[in-house]
Design a protein around this ligand. Structure first.
Ligand SMILES: C[S@@+](CC[C@H](N)C(=O)[O-])C[C@H]1O[C@@H](n2cnc3c(N)ncnc32)[C@H](O)[C@@H]1O
Length: 279
């Protein structure tokens, strides 16, 4: 894992229509400078904005039961290190209030609950009932009695200025209006609170070819063999390529009102952890 801070990662993605080359996203309504439009992307497909959430929901209803196993297989266990790094960076103290958005099966929420103790709160949230049900059961099995709420990150049912930390791991990529979701995350943070966004990002150039072969051949094959669902894992590979790169996401977080935004490239930029402070 490469934990060095890299504030000079390249931002060399080109705007192109239709199915892009691997690592080259098509024009996206999520990125600054893109044409306003009611179309967005679902992987490499262009879909109406109103359809994206339902398409994403199908993916996560389909994969929920095998999600944790697939995560270990696909990443060779690396997702555990990425999450451990995130938990360390969150620097939680007893009594803090934490919101885990798109928390799914609850890896981060369980680790957070141990750190904030009985006086703290960790809210596990997700838009998808199937993912959240797995996460809730795992929290309970772990002896963590924390609130679990089904909600959309783009419209959070929490008061402004409530949380010390807000986290979102591998969730932002799936959201239709990322700017709206980031603004909501900023809103619910206390002044001085921190947002942490763990997400797939743009890999360093020497790794790109091997990463493309892995993503577009091995991942769908694993999805088919283990989860009986090739399409969802093809969506995973495509959605990663369509997600804003390190510098673009940093700018988006700044536009959402966060300051001192910085990021850490992990595993050669396969994943990046972005952090920002609410002034
Ligand atoms: C790849 S999973 C990540 C789960 C967990 N955070 C982890 O790191 O293992 C992505 C999650 O994002 C959730 N999600 C997608 N769109 C969302 C939205 N608009 N609001 C809240 N959650 C959303 C999905 O339901 C799914 O559970």
């Amino acid at each position: 894992m490469n934990e060095t801070r890299d504030s000079h990662a390249s931002s060399e993605r080109s705007e192109s229509a239709g199915r892009p080359e691997a690592g080259q996203p098509a024009a996206s309504a999520d990125r600054p400078g893109a044409e306003p439009s009611d179309a967005t992307h679902f992987g490499y497909q262009t879909v109406a904005e109103s359809q994206k959430a339902a398409r994403v929901a199908e993916v996560f209803h389909s994969v929920a039961a095998r999600y944790d196993l697939m995560n270990d297989l696909m990443s060779g266990g690396l997702h555990r290190l990425w999450k451990t790094f995130t938990v360390g960076q969150a620097a939680l103290r007893p009594g803090m209030r934490v919101l885990d958005i798109a928390g799914g099966t609850g890896d981060l929420a369980r680790a957070f609950a141990r750190r904030v103790g009985d006086t703290g709160e960790v809210w596990l949230t997700d838009i998808n009932a199937s993912m959240l049900a797995v996460g809730r059961d795992r929290l309970v099995d772990d002896g963590c009695l924390q609130p679990v709420v089904q909600c959309d990150a783009e419209s959070l049912p929490f008061p402004s200025g409530y949380f010390d930390r807000v986290t979102v791991a591998f969730g932002l990529r799936n959201m239709t209006h990322k700017e709206r979701a980031l603004a909501e995350m900023q809103r619910v943070l206390k002044p001085g609170g921190r947002l942490l966004v763990l997400e797939f990002s743009k890999v360093h150039k020497p790794l790109q070819r091997a990463y493309d072969v892995y993503s577009f051949s091995v991942l769908p094959w694993l999805g088919k063999r283990v989860a009986g669902d090739e399409a969802s894992y093809r969506y995973l590979a495509e959605s990663i390529r369509m997600h804003p790169d390190q510098e673009t996401l940093k700018s988006m977080m700044e536009s959402a009102g966060l300051c001192r935004v910085r990021y850490y490239n992990l595993t050669g930029g396969v994943v990046a952890l972005h952090e920002g402070l609410k002034p």
